[in-house]
Design a binder for this molecule. Sequence first.
Ligand code: HEC
Ligand code: HEC
Length: 326
Amino acid sequence: MSDFVNGFWGYFISIVAVGGVVWCVWLLYTQRRWLSTKPANGKVEDTGHVWDGDLTELNNPVPGWWTWMYLLACAFALGYLFFMPGLGEFKGQLGYSSTEEVAKQQAKMAEAVRPIYARFETMDIPQIAQDPGAREIGQRLFLNTCAQCHGSDAKGGPSFPNLADGDWLHGGSPEAITQTITQGRVGVMPPWKAAIDAKTAGDIAQYVRSLSGLTADPVRVFRGKREFANYCVACHGVDGKGNQALGAPNLTDDVWLYGSSEATIVKTILDGRDNRMPAHGDILTPEQIKILTAWVWGLSNKPETTASAAPVSTAPASAAPATATK
Ligand code: HEC
Ligand code: HEC
């Protein structure tokens, strides 16, 4: 059991488990007076409790079958602790491990589905993306492993990116998508509370809104632009178009992970954001990741565009639906 953070808990659990059985046997031994089938004076004692005038509580000896069941249960417990893992770090004589059991079943499953995936081994991502069979598998995998965060239509929601809009935080090439799925991603925007006050943050938010052509107050945009140059260009770029290597979003395309209202942008600036896409390299096989990559890639690269091999990230921003409310 490698789940213990230190040796103490292993010993603690062993002592409680063995101590519990010993205590049960000790209890039976000290109370053995109640085991004798015949009361000493031939008459069953009562406890002295009387209800309704004549209803007395007898103190009958414990039946023999009960005693044997009790002892058998204690013996079973000791046997179990000897053969199965139950005593801290001790793995048990049979060496059973539920983790191994799961791994074995997974390996068997992977073996069973291998022929289905073999067909896609030699195909590249654009080819797989157009294959109806692969799309079906991809969709099922997506619904099972990804939809709880990205939505069953892959269009995301607040803090979960839309995967179908051709707009990418970390990159939309097959390699980038594979890396996202396998290793996960973090999107960390640092909080600026310590350096920027709420009013200045509001000005910057106005400027950020103006970058996407949303209504903004020109005076505040002017002030905000200066502050943006001070604090934000390192990650979001001088033109606000973002940086995929950092996962810093393009702020000029009116596609929003959190929303475009001044209040939402101010919150992002003051409190920062810490967003995580979990790694799936241990959960999915490489074959499954390939199919999923193709399925996700295919959402933004419809067959007509793939024929001309148009790069993904340069898709016109205006054609992309906004992720969150304006
Ligand atoms: C627990 C929630 C969660 C699950 C499950 C999840 N994702 Fe994500 N995913 C996220 C978050 C959050 C982000 C954004 C990370 C960031 O802000 O940088 C993300 C980002 C991505 C991106 C990058 C998008 C971009 O614009 O660059 C892709 C691609 C992606 N996910 C695909 C998947 C696929 C495929 C699966 C299923 C195997 C999946 N995700 C499962 C939460 C999740
Ligand atoms: C250290 C790099 C870094 C700096 C500096 C930075 N940001 Fe960010 N910003 C990010 C990252 C990364 C994200 C994406 C967070 C996520 O994935 O959840 C982000 C997200 C945002 C968003 C959310 C966009 C959306 O789609 O909802 C806004 C707005 C934003 N930043 C504005 C700013 C402003 C304004 C500044 C300057 C005050 C700034 N950022 C400074 C890295 C940075």
